[in-house]
Design a protein around this ligand. Structure first.
Ligand code: DC
Length: 225
């Protein structure tokens, strides 16, 4: 039986790095749902659509052709947009775009379809609550605001993406608020998620913690059978 590892958490909490490590360790398909919302934002920019034109943006999300490759590359209509979707312009409009209910409906449908019959690790904001509320493993990964901004800043410097620490801090603050106050699919903590605060943990420690939980679950499955 196939299974889902669902990870939610705020921007910069380390979900992407954790998901990548888990996908390699347990041979899981890695689905970065944030990248999908970013592709909708990028395509809206490319087509000069204003964020208030919700119908047009919803139409884009319905017909969009996104490929998430094993290498981590993201293709939009067959073109490599891995770097473009992390730009300042995309980052500043992605949260309001992800608040459009129709956009969410279309992308949630696409996310479920991508996972059919496969073992996957999927990360985002509503994976444990809306996309796969019955996932076998559900995690909420957190870290302090300052620590998350620090990590993003380092990541962006390495990727040569031009954003200052203060810009990133301000953007994360705004996105936190927006992501937690959506009409549908807001970032929420629930009783059945395993909560991990990674502020004072290395990525290796987080991966070990989560991997141990998955290993235990797998052992338990074997005993049950
Ligand atoms: O994880 P990220 O920073 O790349 O996500 C980009 C935006 O997309 C983020 O501001 C919230 C939104 N998002 C969402 O609403 N639901 C998801 N499942 C994933 C991301």
């Amino acid at each position: 039986m196939s299974y889902v590892v669902a990870i939610d958490g705020p921007a910069g909490s380390g979900k992407g790095t954790l998901a990548k490590a888990l996908s390699e360790r347990f041979n899981l398909l890695n689905i970065d749902t944030g990248a999908m919302y970013r592709c909708v934002a990028l395509k809206s920019l490319q087509e000069n659509i204003d964020i208030k034109e919700e119908d047009k943006i919803s139409e884009i999300s319905k017909n969009i052709n996104i490929e998430l490759l094993d290498s981590g590359k993201v293709l939009l209509d067959g073109k490599d947009v891995t770097k473009d979707i992390r730009s300042k312009e995309v980052t500043s409009i992605v949260s309001p775009i992800s608040s459009i209910v129709k956009v969410r409906e279309n992308l949630v449908k696409a996310q479920r379809k991508l996972a059919v019959g496969k073992n996957v690790v999927m990360e985002g904001r509503d994976i444990t609550t809306i996309v796969f509320p019955d996932a076998k493993y559900k995690f909420y990964l957190d870290a302090s605001l300052e620590e998350r901004a620090k990590r993003r800043f380092k990541e962006y410097q390495e990727k040569k993406i031009n954003m200052t620490y203060d810009e990133i801090l301000d953007n994360i603050k705004k996105r936190d608020y927006n992501d937690m106050h959506k009409e549908v699919g807001s970032l929420t903590r629930t009783e059945d998620q395993i909560y991990i605060d990674s502020t004072n943990l290395t990525i290796k420690e987080v991966v070990e913690k989560v991997s141990n939980i998955i290993e235990k679950g797998k052992k338990y499955e074997k005993i049950k059978r």
